[in-house]
Design a protein around this ligand. Structure first.
Ligand code: SF4
Length: 902
């Protein structure tokens, strides 16, 4: 079977993959043993990439809606680009270049990013080009620049093996960066003295395994770091030589932290004062301290200061520029780094240049052969959609992202998309929440079809390679932007300019131009080429012309890319979260990631087994908060903020502090009857980075009385699953509560769970039966009209292939397993329509959640062994769980520990 080396398209770890294919279809994937990010390992998401590569629910050809009403219709690329260019040109002529905007994505490749950036800033003359990286990494960028002088993570993955103290802040690494977490596990095994401090309001799997968990209150990170710095100053643990020789600004922050005594900080953060002292001492006294941080610091209205406050600790203790030491921001998306490198944001220019810098603008204009590039600041993500809503921006072009779901306070964003004169969406998948607003839908290539490069969290650039040709009429993202630029150039009377600016026959030609823009910059990659990346493997930047390898870690000589050559302490001050809790909204609402899902699930949501760990959106709450509201696990609740409300099930979680709630950010209106978490979040942003505060809102939780319940399940083929889900999607809004998804393993099934105040009509139920292809002739039917109960079980080839339960749905989990396990319908025939309370235990017991997705090992199987005294090695020996990708190992350890504690 032919194979191609490429990268995983999910998180910023940037694991290398080997894609197996038959020239037409992707047939398998495995970790690339030679890739320095993962050395052959993949997590649950990476291991199932090939299962997400089916072609159903892909955008197949360009579609066009002329005018605001009516449906989109199929069109050719030529007429679509001609129409779109004409609309853009008309708007630009009438309202100026800032009346159009581009909103792109950290999922794009560096080459895609580069062409979009040049299209906006070079050809059109607007800086209105921003990206979903604004929601992810912009506070890390601003934090690095404010302190170290450049947007360059100074450390690398290898440092995990060299550190003696890991300070993990605002990162559930075990879930969000699993392959990095495997390195942390390796480092612990190799160095039993390694101390781990985790700062997180939640007791995540990452926090549970720490030597010290600081469960701070949301948004109090600066207070904690200032408190730690206070301890360092007053206990004489700062490195005076390093501060004197390599930094500036220490006096101001030393004065500021005077007030941040451990006792005062303990009050603000809600953690014991002695733990703050302990953390500070471990940080300073360790031979090498490495900080890993992510969205918990970044997604905050104080995100820049959160990042800078951690970096202050490193500068004060000289924990930087040595093996195992440094502040290391983990990138959320696979190529947020690449986007930053080409300046694909509203405030940046190519090669880490700043838009606000006159000389940088002149350099870019010269490189592009233009008289100038625009100086007016572009709109950042939240500002951009606000300007679309008010009509200041008339046309918005969205590429490879789903703002209708992922932007905070999704309601006004959807309003903006509905009101815009023109919405262009360039996408691989047809069913995202944003797709319904698109006037122009452009089919883009996706993972396995694309060519280019990406940069991972440790500044390492890898070649992304195509295994199979583009699907149907799809084009590469950079090529779409190029072709549009050529069409727009003609409409604007600048055809020759456009031909010169966008003379890109291949992705490599784009890379080569980008490479030249980095000459002499901090990220100089003039020594790199496609050939080098292919022959010698992935490379870290900087790697200037004449050099043969990149720089493993930065600032080893204590010199920083600032005018003085010194790093700058930031004078960080604690500011509370933007939104306060009060009597009407008394609970903190936090968002984050699950282990087995990615972003808005447009890809992972197509893989049945990725639902087996967590199968629907659930609000995690503290037991006390549930008791106060008379809630029990599984009750449907309304979660309301000052902006909107959603209906989800609630469950008690020992991860939560009292007064706090958590909901995964993955589910949107493709899979539930609301926009999900972002119906509740706030649009407040950090004043410097403009990154929104996605990690905190104030909410209320109340029980929802929805007595009429419905569950429908249908076995389908892998190709049919996304199509049936797409058919279910428009019906979700008709229920008080509804979620849809998949379950199963090799043979997927679609599931719809819904509840309402009143029963559905027979006609509405019949419509659902049609959609789920219930065939009366093959159905067992039970109906009790008086009690509002009806059951339909469809049997084909001796197996249960579809189930519809209304009124009484308690048998759903058992029937789900009957379907998954292909249990003979004959064996369960007499029970399938019986009340669940009458079922013998042996029949009705279920396996429960699948904890180890690779080896298909369930919670009940693991707990049965744990109850017999099994520890982790025994579980791995007998059940084999946790012996493949390792993503479930932290959870297995937790299960063993819980049993020991009981
Ligand atoms: Fe992909 Fe998992 Fe590696 Fe992230 S850790 S790049 S999701 S395989």
């Amino acid at each position: 079977m032919p194979e191609v080396k490429s990268t995983c398209c999910y998180c910023g770890v940037g694991c290398g993959v080997v894609i197996e294919h038959d020239g037409r279809k992707i047939t398998g994937v495995r970790g690339d043993p030679d890739h320095p990010a993962n050395f052959g390992r993949l997590c649950t998401k990476g291991q199932t990439l090939h299962l997400s590569a089916g072609t159903s629910a892909r955008v197949l050809f360009p579609e066009l809606r002329r005018g605001k009403s009516g449906a989109r219709v199929r069109a050719t690329w030529e007429e679509t680009l001609d129409y779109t260019a004409e609309r853009f040109a008309t708007i630009i002529r009438k309202h100026g270049p800032d009346a159009v905007a581009f909103y792109i994505s950290g999922q794009l490749l560096t080459e895609d990013y580069y062409v979009f950036n040049k299209l906006a800033k070079g050809l059109i003359g607007t800086n209105n080009v921003d990206t979903n990286s604004r929601l992810c990494m912009s506070s890390a960028v601003a934090g690095y620049k404010a302190t170290l002088g450049a947007d360059a993570p100074p450390a690398c993955y290898e440092d995990i093996a060299h550190t003696d103290c890991l300070f993990i802040s605002g990162s559930n690494t075990a879930f969000a960066h699993p392959i990095l977490y495997r390195r942390i596990e390796d480092a612990r095994r190799a160095n039993p003295n390694l101390k781990t401090i985790v700062v997180d309001p939640r007791r995540t799997d990452t926090a549970r395994e720490a030597d010290l968990h600081l469960a701070i209150l949301p948004g109090t990170d600066v207070a904690l770091c200032n408190g730690m710095l206070h301890v360092l100053v007053w206990e004489g643990l700062c490195n005076a030589d390093y501060i004197r020789n390599h930094t500036e600004g220490f006096e101001a922050i030393r004065e500021t932290v005077r007030e941040y005594t451990p006792v005062a900080v303990s009050e603000i953060c809600g953690v014991p004062a002695e733990d703050i002292v302990k953390a500070a001492k471990w940080f300073a006294e360790s031979k090498a301290t490495l900080s890993l941080y992510c969205q918990g610091l970044n997604q905050s209205s104080n995100g820049t200061q959160n990042n800078a406050a951690v970096i202050n600790l490193h500068l004060a203790t000289a924990q930087i520029g040595r093996p195992g030491a440094g502040p290391f921001s983990l990138t959320g998306q696979p190529n947020a780094m690449g986007g930053r490198e080409v300046g694909g944001m509203a405030n940046l220019l190519s090669a880490h240049r700043d838009l606000a810098n006159l000389q940088h603008r002149a350099e870019v204009a010269k490189l592009w052969g233009l008289p100038d590039v625009p100086a007016r600041p572009g709109k950042t993500a939240v500002e951009l959609f606000d300007a679309v809503r008010t009509g200041e921006i008339k046309a918005v072009w969205i590429a490879c992202t789903n703002p209708a779901q992922s932007m905070p306070d999704a309601g006004p964003v959807c309003e903006a998309l509905a009101k815009a004169e023109l919405v262009v969406l360039q996408e691989a998948f047809a069913n995202t929440d944003t797709a319904r607003y698109a006037d122009v839908l452009l089919p883009a290539t996706t993972w396995g079809e694309k060519e280019g490069t990406v940069t991972n969290s440790e500044r390492r650039i890898t070649r992304v390679r195509a295994a199979i040709p583009p699907h149907r009429k799809s084009l590469h993202d950079w090529a779409i932007a190029r072709d549009f630029a050529l069409a727009l150039g003609e409409k604007l009377g600048r055809a020759e300019d456009a031909k010169r600016l966008f003379n890109y026959p291949t992705a490599e030609s784009v890379f080569n131009e980008h490479r030249e823009t980095t000459r002499g910059r901090d990220l100089d990659i003039t020594g790199m080429s496609y050939a080098m990346l292919e022959n010698d493997g992935p490379q870290q930047w900087p790697l200037a012309e004449g050099e043969t390898t990149g720089k493993v870690r930065l600032y080893e000589d204590g010199r920083f890319p600032t005018p003085s050559g010194r790093a700058r302490f930031a004078d960080t001050k604690y500011r509370p979260t933007a939104e306060k809790t009060d009597a009407r909204h008394p609970l903190h609402f936090n968002t984050g990631r699950l282990r087995d899902q990615w972003h808005g699930m447009s890809r992972t949501g197509r893989v049945a087994r990725l639902y087996n760990h967590v199968d629907e959106p659930v609000l995690a709450m503290h037991t006390r908060d549930m008791e106060r509201r008379s809630l029990k696990d599984g009750d449907i609740v309304r979660v309301s903020s000052r902006r909107g409300s959603i209906a989800v099930r609630a469950a008690a979680s020992d991860e939560m502090r009292p007064g706090q709630t958590f909901l995964a950010m993955h589910w949107g209106s493709q899979f539930m009857n609301s926009a999900g978490a972002n119906a509740l979040t706030i649009p407040a942003v950090d004043p410097v980075s403009k990154q929104p505060e996605l990690k905190h809102a104030a909410v209320q939780v109340e029980k929802l009385e929805l007595p009429w319940q419905l569950v429908i399940m249908r076995m389908v083929s892998a190709e049919e699953a996304p199509r049936l889900l797409a058919g279910v999607q428009p019906r979700l809004a008709g229920f008080g509560y509804a979620t849809a998804g998949l379950f199963g393993r090799d043979d997927p099934a679609v599931i719809l769970r819904a509840a309402s105040a009143a029963p559905m009509t027979d006609a509405a139920l019949a419509e659902l039966d049609d959609l789920f292809r219930f065939n009366n002739a093959r159905c067992m039917v039970y109906r009790d009209a008086r009690r509002g109960i009806s059951k339909r079980i469809m049997v084909e080839a001796g197996r249960v292939t579809a189930v519809r339960l209304t009124g009484e749905t308690a048998a759903r989990d058992w029937l789900k397993e009957v379907m998954i396990e292909h249990t003979s319908a004959e064996a369960v025939r007499r029970w399938v329509l019986a009340p669940v309370s009458t079922l013998p235990a042996a029949i009705s017991s279920t396996r429960g959640r699948i904890v180890c997705n690779c080896l298909n090992v369930s919670e009940s199987e693991i707990m049965a062994e744990v109850a017999q005294g099994a520890d982790l090695p025994a579980l791995q020996g007998k059940l084999k769980c946790g012996t493949s990708c390792g993503s479930c190992v932290p959870e297995l350890k937790r299960m063993v520990a819980m049993r020991k504690a009981a």
